[in-house]
Write a protein that binds this ligand. Structure first.
Ligand SMILES: Cc1cc2nc3c(=O)[nH]c(=O)nc-3n(C[C@H](O)[C@H](O)[C@H](O)COP(=O)(O)OP(=O)(O)OC[C@H]3O[C@@H](n4cnc5c(N)ncnc54)[C@H](O)[C@@H]3O)c2cc1C
Length: 383
């Protein structure tokens, strides 16, 4: 990834990486690593970012692509996360028009259902207050039928409408990396960090492997930032307590004409009361997402299970019964693994959706590991 790229660039630059002591080496070319290297390069640091596969290969190209405050985090009392998220949403809408675009969300309400229009209105007022602007409205049942033909009719009271944003997650990563490069950072893909080097109890560099040639090299750096998402524990000292709880989320992609939606819909799944989304995406319709423990090998791309497929199709049938969407309508699926930091007391006991999405920093001399967090909040996480 360079303006003066040519076929030999990689071969030329790789051996020279060991010629200097970098101010900062960042491991991981997802949104977290990209955000960190951009902030450091802006401050004039000599930075290098290393990604084992391709940029945004990990979770950062497999998210639900929403730049949002996470309304449900208010209900869980995670004020700071919601506040940071809505502020970042506004900032990204201002800084990256065309890449981060406003998206209207509708939550239909039904007689006897929860949350009702009043509770939702209250939540949205708090949401707006945190963002510093009013951005929601209630539409009665008749208006909703016009706005959302095909939505379940039985007991329909109306719908609460609010505005969040949508992006292309992989393109966002590329944009941030490009900005980092413009400020002098060197970013390389196809390079795996195999080991952290320590000297006198301090991390002082990394051992790397060129995934194309298999060649290995040792690099030195003043500070190291590990932003390897769901893989974050692999480079930690063996004695460090395991804290990450990898949680898989999957999505379905349907042809737009099979489930045409002009805006995003959010509603609680009848099976477990989790919020699910149906939203328009590049002429298709996306249904997401699930949230369950991912026990498979992280070195293989995560895949949807038949239970998840059934769960997401049930969500479509619940909210858009007339569309009769079935498995034959599914164009494709994608799944990502959330690098979620498990709750301290028995991480595996809590329901996946109860786990906080806030990030944490693990520190040891010379090295900081960023774990958890969200796409939306990549900038404050990086600072
Ligand atoms: C299903 C799902 C939906 C989501 N939806 C949203 C959403 O709508 N909005 C939102 O804000 N957030 C969302 N998130 C959360 C968000 O996507 C993640 O928090 C974010 O993408 C994590 O980015 P990351 O850079 O930390 O990790 P990753 O994107 O996984 O990047 C880590 C990178 O490190 C590399 N790496 C690992 N080990 C090494 C090594 N030894 N050497 C070199 N490189 C290495 C990996 O190849 C990978 O590319 C969602 C997550 C999931 C799973």
């Amino acid at each position: 990834m360079t303006a003066n790229w040519n076929a030999q660039w990689r071969e030329q630059i790789l051996p020279t990486l060991a010629d200097e002591t970098w101010d900062l080496i960042v491991i991981g070319g997802g949104i977290s690593g990209a955000g960190i290297v951009r902030e450091a390069a802006r401050r004039g640091w000599r930075c290098l970012l290393l990604e084992q596969r391709d940029f945004a290969w990990g979770t950062s190209s497999r998210s639900s692509k929403m730049v949002h405050g996470g309304l449900r985090y208010i209900a869980k009392g995670q004020w700071r996360l919601t506040r940071d998220s809505v502020r970042e949403r506004q900032r990204l809408l201002d800084e990256a028009p065309g890449l981060v675009e406003p998206m209207s969300f509708m939550m239909p309400h039904y007689r006897g259902g929860f949350p009702g229009p009043r509770v939702m209105g209250g939540l949205l007022s708090v949401y707006d207050a945190l963002a510093g602007r009013r951005n929601h409205a209630f539409h009665d049942a008749q208006q909703l039928r016009f706005l959302a033909p095909g939505v379940k009719e039985n007991g329909l009271l109306g719908g609460s409408c609010f505005v969040d944003a949508l992006t292309d997650d992989a393109r966002l990563v590329m944009r941030v990396l490009r900005e980092a490069r413009a400020d002098g950072a060197v970013v390389l893909n196809g390079v795996r960090v195999t080991q952290l080097l320590r000297e006198g109890g301090r991390v002082c560099g990394v051992q790397i492997e060129d995934c194309e040639s298999g060649a290995t090299l040792q690099l030195r750096s003043g500070v190291l930032a590990v932003a390897t998402g769901a893989w974050a524990e692999r480079l930690r000292p063996a004695e460090a307590a395991k804290q990450l709880r990898p949680l898989r989320g999957s999505h379905l992609l349907l042809p737009g004409w099979r489930l045409p939606v002009a805006q995003a819909f959010t509603f609680l799944h009848q099976r477990d009361r989790r919020p699910v989304f149906v939203f328009p995406w590049e002429g298709a319709t996306v249904v997401g997402t699930t949230d369950l423990d991912h026990r498979e090998d992280l070195d293989h791309s995560a895949r949807i299970s038949s239970d998840e497929l059934d769960y997401l199709l049930t969500a479509c049938q619940q909210q858009f019964p007339g569309a009769e969407v079935g498995v034959d309508d599914v164009l494709s699926t994608w799944s990502g693994v959330r690098p979620v930091v498990g709750s301290a007391a028995g991480a595996q006991q809590d329901k996946p959706s109860n786990e906080t999405r806030e990030h944490v920093l693990w520190q040891e001399p010379g090295c900081v590991t960023l774990a958890g967090g969200k796409l939306t909040t990549f900038r404050p996480q990086a600072i």
